[in-house]
Design a protein around this ligand. Sequence first.
Ligand code: ADP
Ligand code: ADP
Length: 226
Amino acid sequence: PPAIQIAGVTVHYGRTPALVDFSLDVAAGETVALLGPSGSGKSTALKAVAGFVQPSSGRILLGGRDVTHEPPHGRGVGVVVQQYALFPHLTVAENVAFGLRARRRPRAEVSVRVRELLDMVGMAGFAGRRPRELSGGQQQRVAIARALAIRPNVLLLDEPLSALDAALRADMLAELQRLRDELPDVAILYVTHDQGEALALAGRIAVMRDARLVDVDDAQRLYRLP
Ligand code: ADP
Ligand code: ADP
């Protein structure tokens, strides 16, 4: 089965539908960008997969398992949101270790894994720092390391570059490409309003407008690139 199956999902905030009859599959090893203007329902679709919002109809399956009524922590997905949202009182290492500690992994295993993850995102020298001592790009790297700690099969990225300045965005985009290539079995759903980011990272692009999916195709074909 696909790593992510979103099947006919509708989400309401109060009476207003933010996502209407939305269906999309993402295979293991595939990166799909959800592209569309602000307010078109991209984050809501991602939050439905993460379990942060509950659909009023439709189903979410991860690796063939129906998780529609499971809480976020039971879904085994990694999530990175726009505003990195690290725990401010914890060090970088403690932030990255958080999910593993919550799952009661042995201390020695956690420490090895945290070192490996900080290496992967180029933050090995920062284990003892607090989030406020880091730049925005560094904080976002730590947030990515934290999301990957539990070795998720599904990685959900919601505008991870949008809080960064333009120069840093280009650097981080290259890092995300490298990271994607280092995670050949992970399904990545990447929310963005930036067509360039979508083209740089995704094999397929799903285009949203007014709470609906209006197009989904190979990135190259969608934009008729040579
Ligand atoms: P996007 O990610 O494409 O910017 P969102 O999924 O965040 O869009 O939002 C879709 C629609 O739902 C928008 O009209 C937005 O204002 C509305 N919305 C998002 N979150 C909430 C919320 N917590 N309460 C009420 N309305 C919301
Ligand atoms: P864990 O993987 O540690 O068990 P969760 O799966 O519950 O944690 O949450 C994953 C990440 O999503 C955490 O960084 C958490 O801060 C963030 N998060 C949790 N709930 C929400 C929400 N409603 N909106 C946005 N982000 C959230």
